[in-house]
Design a protein around this ligand. Sequence first.
Ligand code: PPE
Length: 306
Amino acid sequence: MQSATGKIWMDGEFVDYENATIHVLSHVVHYGSGVFEGIRCYETREGPAVFRLKEHLKRLYDSSKVYRMEIPYSMEEMSDVILETVKINDLKSCYIRPLFYRGLGELGVSPLPCPVKCMVAVWPWGTYLGDDALQDGVSVRVSSWNRPAPNTFPSMAKASGNYLNSQLMKIEALESGYDEAIALDHYGYVSEGSGENIFIVRNGVIYTPPSSSSILPGITRHCVFTLAREFDIRIHQHVIPREALYISDEVFFSGTAAEITPVTKIDNIVIGQGSLGPITERIQSEFFKIVRGDTPDRHDWFTFVK
Ligand code: PPE
């Protein structure tokens, strides 16, 4: 169950959890017409800090542009709302979910007659793929479902409707005894997980699919590029054939919720040594040093909640 406490910001005001409701005839309920973000706030030595807020807001507004949603708040206003929502709920670390969606107007495919509504909620969210996932890694399968072909569902937009495809992947993975799925794109190349980007390591070089492989351009993915370059580890965006997954030395996921999670088995094939590999470990430990505030925020990735 979703944690049933706290205040949720809806269209300009804070409402109690139990009153944060919408009409069943809202456009979003029928047609998935929403765009959203997932952001983490971490507890650091200098207090709670929101990780990569500017980048998440930019992607949120980019997503709304694709779907012609006019947002009645500026990015600066939404930034303040997000910080205020964390503060009012008095959480030291949490997951933050802003959503812009089409509300109650006229049903029918066109969203244009329906007003754009905005909400922000926060809740505690621990590890995404299980308690031991960050250390021991996860077992995944290649999904029988592909990611949408180019020019069908825009994968660069983080839209609610896109997650129906993610749900099919995730259900299939869980029902067949895996922790998570990796989908191929329309051409049969590796794309991403149901809620994570994917990286493979081979002979000391990191590879990840390019944005043309129907991926969400992840913000944690960008962190991996930054850290790899700082460590002088070569990192490339490249189309990845399915079999490259099986013969990699290491595979890992990145995502706001998943953070940096090693993948140790794919389709029951053991990847590398079957444990957290050295390059994944370097990236992961530096990532956690940064988000826990154990090392200075040299990239200006944090916005502090005052
Ligand atoms: N691909 C997909 C499909 C995706 O949903 C996410 C985030 C990523 C890649 C990684 O993006 P980023 O968070 O910017 O590094 N998935 C979010 C939703 C998870 C959920 O279950 O809901 C997240 O991690 O917050």
